[in-house]
Design a binder for this molecule. Sequence first.
Ligand code: G3H
Ligand code: 13P
Ligand code: ZN
Length: 316
Amino acid sequence: MALVDTKKMFEMAYKNGYAVGAFNVNNMEITQGIIAAVAEEKSPLILQISRGARSYASMSYLKAIIDVAVEENPDLPICMHLDHGDTFETCKQCVDDGFTSVMIDGSHHSFEDNIKITKQVVDYAHDHGVVVEAELGKLGGIEEDVVGVSHDEIMSHLTDPDEAVEFVEKTGVDSLAVAIGTSHGAYKFKSEPKLAFDVVEKIQAKIPGFPLVMHGSSSVPAEFKELINKYGGDMPDAVGVPESAISEAVKMAVCKVNIDTDLRMALTAKIRQVYAETPAEFDPRKYLGPGREAIKDMVKRKLHVLGCAGKAAECL
Ligand code: G3H
Ligand code: 13P
Ligand code: ZN
């Protein structure tokens, strides 16, 4: 089966209270680890490519790797998605390159300009049978104890539910990434992790059936942080979104959950371990191979947290 878009995936995810994992790919080993996990768990899959991934690996290499994955797994619904497209031109290029879903991230623009650029991308993408994700609000932790930052200031970065309705109506976008207190990377919270689920509930009440997306959803599992630190790494203060919170969100309108940092940590922890335990080793296959296995195990774990294990067939 060819690459698919996210329409059917999101329809089933919304209806049945789970979310599809969107995992970032940067090279062959990462892609193979992800694919091996979803093949074993029979899950729908979104493979996402950032601007950084495109410049690191080149689009033609990444596309060729994904084409092989799709060809070898005809029973899996796989979507190829642009993560954080920054301009209309980037999104257009990805539509032309065969992506089945693109994200235009206009969250740094004014509300009006975000609508304008998103609508431009939606018009082009929809004409070519490609779905679009946009973003409204600013990602970032809810830190109530940050000195000098008022409660109103913190809340003003979150997605405004009324604006979300207007944004969806005016742009015709297919899904919306919301700011509810998550952030990218391994250092998401300075104190107790906290998410604004009430924002999700309010949007869901106003536009029932409309799929929402959670970025910055890695959980930075303690055991991987400990392994990295034990084998020479230095990330003592890393904190992620608790997996229990993710499992709660997917029962609401959250249909897509973005995970990159946890895969990076799994790969890094394993490679550090091999280096530390077998310092004479210099065959890349001897550390990239175990690294690929570690990615597979991490993705399998996530598919269960998201509830999408076993859901491939209903998304076809
Ligand atoms: O959005 C953030 C993702 O983790 C992608 O990161 O831009 O370094 O590839 P990147
Ligand atoms: P993490 O850094 O939490 O993995 O988030 C990734 C992401 O949102 C990619 O768009
Ligand atoms: Zn993101």
